[in-house]
Design a protein around this ligand. Structure first.
Ligand code: NAP
Length: 300
């Protein structure tokens, strides 16, 4: 990177641990100015200190709770105030419910709210700044687990009030990430902002281990069948968070991907989607429904 050029700015949500932490640290080590969005002040500050130590470069913490529209709006306002340009937004933060149902401040089922609705709102709030900063990139961290919702989203019960199964709910939220990528890429075509989705692969992180703060408002789902030991035995060895972060870093930085948009990457490579996930009509339907949900919770 040119020593005199200003550092490009990357925002990484959930940058305090797991894949997000290694994504932020890896970008910082490549000379980027990283902004970590994290909901817990102490864990976020520890992560930022470690990123600064590892990279020797600037890294900042801005508080972000994707389960609260007020927090998302405050985060966006702070970022827009502090950073005149945004080169990359990595929508990485996410949760897997781990047998518990709880709702966000606006009453969305947690996986749908935190993994999909929150990032949709956040990206919309940062959209103009990304366009002004173009060429810029949005990286959406999805998952190959989207295939565990083979017949698509339950549009009649997006909040899973009638029927709740953790894997299904998580899979739908990751399918929603892919739908979001399709529509946003189309909306931003020609603006200089690209949007791509990635499956990082199976990574050893805290995913699926509900955090104390979330459990406090959760209801355990007693009827949910536990994963069978046979199914667990078939899982491959998980890779390290640093390896799991590599595809996000590639999507954020690789010069070869400068013009690539609307593509789903399985780890480092473009990959075919299931017919349901490739359906642009369903993607647009979710987009419209999400916009309607956002409109019913306007900023005060
Ligand atoms: N691990 C895998 O095998 C795997 C596979 C495919 C896709 N993914 C995806 O990779 C992404 C990162 O997950 P990970 O595996 O690194 O899991 P992780 O270690 O559990 O990290 C998840 C991150 O998301 C943050 N987060 C959760 N709820 C949040 C909220 N309400 N507001 C703001 N941040 C919130 C967490 O913050 P706290 O620490 O405060 O909870 C944490 O920083 C997720 O989108 C996940 O779906 C993971």
């Amino acid at each position: 990177m040119d020593g005199d050029a200003p550092r490009p700015v990357a925002i990484v949500t959930g940058g305090n641990t797991g894949i997000g932490f290694e994504t932020a640290a890896g970008l910082a080590e490549r000379g980027w100015h990283v902004v970590v969005g994290a909901r817990d002040e102490r864990r976020g500050a520890d992560a930022v200190a470690e990123i600064r130590r590892r990279s020797g470069g600037p890294a900042d913490l801005v508080r972000l709770d994707l389960a609260s529209f007020a927090s998302i709006r405050e985060f966006a306002a702070t970022v827009l105030d502090r950073y005149p340009r945004i080169d990359v937004l990595v929508n990485n933060a996410g949760l897997a419910p781990g047998g518990h149902r709880w709702e966000t401040a606006e009453g969305f089922e947690a996986a749908f709210g935190v993994n999909h609705v929150g990032p949709h709102l956040l990206t919309g709030l940062l959209r103009d700044r990304l366009v002004e900063s173009g060429p810029a990139r949005v990286v959406v961290v999805s998952s190959g687990a989207y295939r565990a919702a083979p017949d698509g989203l339950c549009f009649h019960d997006l909040q899973h009030r009638d029927e709740f199964h953790s894997l299904r709910v998580y899979a739908e939220s990751k399918l929603a990430n892919i739908y979001f990528t399709h529509v946003l890429a189309r909306e931003l075509a020609g603006t200089g902002v690209t949007v791509n989705a990635v499956n990082p692969g199976y990574v050893a992180t805290q995913l699926g281990q509900p955090r104390e703060a979330d459990l406090a408002r959760a209801v355990a789902m007693p009827k949910e069948p536990a994963a069978s030991s046979a199914a667990l035995a078939n899982l491959p060895e998980p890779m390290s968070p640093a390896r799991g972060a590599a595809p996000s870093i590639t999507l954020a930085t690789s010069p070869e991907l400068a013009g690539t948009t609307g593509v789903y990457f399985d780890r480092g490579r473009p990959a075919a989607l299931s017919p349901v996930a490739a359906d642009l009509g369903l993607a647009q339907r979710l987009w419209d429904e999400t916009e309607r949900l956002l409109a019913s919770h306007p900023a005060h």
